[in-house]
Ligand binder design. Sequence first.
Ligand code: PGA
Length: 254
Amino acid sequence: MDKERRLIIAGNWKMNKTVAEGLDLVNGIKRELTNVKEVDIVVCPPFTALCEVSKAVLNSNIRLGAQNMSENGYGAHTGEIAAGMLKEFSVRYVILKHTERRQYQKESDALIAKKALAAHGAALKPIVCVGETLAEREGGLTEKVLDTQVRGSLAGLSKDQIAETVVAYEPVWAIGTGKTATAGQAQEAHAFIRRLIGKLFDESVARRVRIQYGGSVKPSNARELMGLPDVDGALVGGASLEDRSFADIVRNSI
Ligand code: PGA
């Protein structure tokens, strides 16, 4: 598949996998995907498994991501993890504003903008998630919601930082539900986000920024979704918890 931007496929393990289970999974992924060079492959284990998984992926084609981080540096923030601590484990990416954190931890766009700045400050690439609920889609509000979320959560980033940010379009109604956006819905939302970034920053940044699709991505729908002109990868939840299905998503995307 010949695309303008390099595909990035990331597995978000969420609150799953002990250290031993995480090692089994990542070693399986490594075996399955040893020769893949065409795609950026990222795994995002829980914090507790980062240390061991980072050793397992050393000198491989698999990069490490975290699932969250603090907007603050080191200091008195009980229970939080600073960007610098993630860097210790050679983490390159960090998921921010995942729907589940927006929903359950009530994270706001303003907070995410601070986290994204802190991530870039530590040379971590944020994966910033945006997406509408079913009620919003049915109410014809998808573009309005995406507009607000993109503006709010990328506020204050420089053009260069935007180009190094990954945006993940994750329609809330498609996450963990088995329902996937149709190719038309996904392409429309991705193109809208890219046009908006073009307006807010500039066209060359918009052409460079990678926009992943997330929401019930599986081996059977990866090829169609990844083939869409404005879809530059996938953020995979459930199907990333098993080596064969994650590897098949990557292989089917090439
Ligand atoms: P899912 O999750 O693939 O299980 O739908 C996607 C996500 O939450 O990032």
